[in-house]
Design a binder for this molecule. Sequence first.
Ligand SMILES: C[S@@+](CC[C@H](N)C(=O)[O-])C[C@H]1O[C@@H](n2cnc3c(N)ncnc32)[C@H](O)[C@@H]1O
Length: 196
Amino acid sequence: MMHQPVEQLIEGIQAQREPKGFPGRMLDAAFAPILISRIAISEPLRDDLRRLRGQTLVDIGCGMSGAGYLIACRFGVRSYVGVDVFFENLRPDARPCLPGAVEDRIPVAWERQDMLDFLTRLPERSVSVLATGIDVCVIPSFKHLQRIGEQITRVLHDDGLAITYSSDIEPPRLSRISHGIRGFPTLDDIDLYHRG
Ligand SMILES: C[S@@+](CC[C@H](N)C(=O)[O-])C[C@H]1O[C@@H](n2cnc3c(N)ncnc32)[C@H](O)[C@@H]1O
């Protein structure tokens, strides 16, 4: 497994401070695996996700499925950083989507930190971002969600993508492409934000 410190994956990022007091474990609702299924059935979505090639992909609230990492591998991402505040979710042995063989495909870092704090540490225009299942039940403050959106706009690479699915995050001042499923209005769109 090519697990590397995040400083080796993102140029200019500062060393992490150990977060204080985040005990416990959160139910992992696993939206990223649903995103994988949607990718499998939509060629236009796959076409748009090709923009991820060569990017560093930061998966905020990555959970423990490992599905974000699989998406990163599938689209030629240069390196993947999974960020989650709950330690249990980052245990390397707890990722049902990850058969051992894929773990060494691209360099990976798992960071235990609040997603807003992590995004704030990143240099401007440096990465692509994935947010799945980050809704108001997970971050119970619209102000906080808005700040996360603003940080995503700040850190988004000129050629990168911010992907949101089943999330209440809307990065401002970016162009958006929405991928829905015709005939299934109750399923959330997958939104891809870019600098245009
Ligand atoms: C609904 S789950 C989604 C997990 C994964 N993204 C997926 O789609 O399968 C929400 C995740 O966000 C994490 N989380 C909640 N609050 C967070 C915060 N402030 N910073 C970072 N991660 C957080 C939880 O621990 C959990 O793993």
